[in-house]
Design a protein around this ligand. Structure first.
Ligand code: S3P
Length: 449
């Protein structure tokens, strides 16, 4: 995206939000579908793909590595179909130029894993936000698997050049942080290694890579490990089989209209076909504890994932204490949860947010600042964020979004219910994960100008 031109936006309090909407496809599954399709010989088709900037950068990178990817016509129910003709495990071609992942940590970390198992050398780069984010955590296990970092910015950051392994080595790996990206990078590199690659997670993180690998015919087993963890074992060098992937609606995007419906008095909104994979629904658990009226209608299976229509009604909320063990299942939802907490009665304590410091921005600081400039009493104690809810915040703030889509959307949702309007400096990055956000919110009755 063109970060040189900022597009400010203002959200104002208005009438209740009403309607039935479907948010775009899940970002995590979209990246993975493209990468696994690129590692598969034959035609993989994907419907419901998120056509956001982050995922489009991954598609471009997979093309540069030799996959053929096209967006064709309309499917039976009118949706776009993405067709991928991949190169096979370990079969990437030498890219002609640096791979640009824009704003996307998921895209670059997963692609590093996939490239680590091919005998090619590739340079990975991204925008100013992505260049600040830690890559060492992914490079460490990939180097153990035989990949070599030929060049990198300070601390192993982007831009960096990785030489994939000619003969990748399978490893047993215990990630030092809870991260689905890290787990996925190791599993994707493990595809090209002979024998078993094992990842032992202390806290289970989103399992889309595991589910999709199985869907593409790989042998992968995931078992409980410890109190909250998983032990995942992948049999390397499978012949991946082309698959059809239906991407369900992204719960992390649904979080924004859900929040708006809860805090704008009199609202009632239905979010269609939202993925309810239990490793992604920490926000729904927390909102119920806060007293939210949330109903899951028509629970069903869509493309191997659980989905439901979520009915949300505005109502009184109370402050809660959110345990650190819940963080992996709602890691992207803290900025919007902090906004919701500022409309509740009483204090909300969000525990164990250290990983928020290394997201698209330092999200812990950016979330606290967003609330503070809108008159909310907020504190950071260690890795916890404490929000004092007083029913309705004053608003009136100018929010700096720091190239972070989720800070931008959270601040706008706040302005739909705060006493005074909330303005953000730049709405451009919203398109990384939620193209059409502004139109979708306006269709519900939101005042965004
Ligand atoms: C993602 C994992 C999470 C999340 C990100 C998407 C994924 O990051 O924040 O938006 O698709 O694997 P971490 O793995 O760094 O926690």
């Amino acid at each position: 995206m063109d970060s040189a031109v900022s597009t400010p936006l203002t959200a104002r309090r208005g009438s209740p939000l009403q309607g039935r909407v479907r948010v775009p496809g899940d970002k995590s599954i979209s990246h993975r579908a493209l990468i696994l399709g690129a590692l598969t010989v034959g035609e993989t088709t994907v419907t419901g793909l998120l056509e956001g900037d982050d995922v489009m950068h991954t598609a471009e990178a997979m093309r540069a590595l030799g996959a053929k990817i096209e967006r064709t016509g309309e499917g039976a129910s009118g949706e776009k179909i993405w067709r991928i003709h991949g190169v096979g495990v370990g079969g990437f071609a030498q890219p002609a130029a640096a791979l640009d992942f824009g704003n996307s940590g998921t895209g670059v970390r997963l692609a590093l894993g996939a490239v680590a198992g091919s005998p090619v050398t590739a340079t990975f780069d991204g925008d100013a936000s992505l260049r600040k984010r830690p890559m060492r955590r992914v490079l460490d296990p990939l180097e153990r698997m035989g990949a070599r970092v030929l060049d990198a910015a300070e601390g192993g950051r982007l831009p960096l050049t990785l030489q994939g392994a000619r003969d990748p080595i399978p490893i047993v790996y215990e990630p030092p942080v809870s991260s689905a990206q890290l787990k996925s990078a190791v599993l994707l590199a493990g595809l090209a290694a002979p024998g078993e690659t094992t990842v032992i997670e202390a806290e289970a993180t989103r399992d889309h890579t595991e589910k999709l690998l199985k869907h593409f015919g790989a042998k992968i087993v995931s078992k409980p490990s410890g109190e909250h963890g998983r032990r995942i074992t992948l049999q390397g060098q499978p012949e991946l089989e082309p698959a059809r992937v239906a991407v369900p609606a992204d719960p992390s995007s649904a979080a924004f209209p859900i929040a708006a419906a809860l805090i704008v008095p009199g609202s009632e909104v239905i979010l269609e076909a939202v993925m309810t994979n239990p490793l992604r629904t920490g926000l729904l658990t927390t909102l119920r504890e806060m007293g939210a009226t949330l109903e899951e209608l028509e629970k069903r299976d869509d493309g191997g994932e659980e989905v439901a229509d979520l009915q949300v009604r505005a109502g009184a909320l109370k402050g809660v204490d959110v345990p650190a063990s819940r963080a992996p299942s709602m890691i992207d939802e803290y900025p919007i949860l902090a906004v919701i907490a500022s409309f509740a009665e009483g204090a909300t304590r969000l525990r164990g947010l250290q990983e928020l410091r290394v997201k698209e921005s330092d999200r812990l600081a950016a979330t606290a600042d967003m609330l503070r400039v809108n008159g909310v009493e907020v504190a950071i104690e260690g890795d916890d964020l404490i929000v004092q809810g007083k029913g309705r915040p004053l608003g009136g703030g100018d929010v700096t979004t720091h190239m972070d889509h989720r800070i931008a959307m959270a601040a706008l949702v706040m302005g739909l219910a705060s006493e005074n309007p909330v303005r953000i400096d730049d709405s451009g990055f919203i398109a990384t994960s939620f193209p059409g956000f502004v139109d979708l919110m306006r269709s519900l009755g939101a005042d965004l100008t």
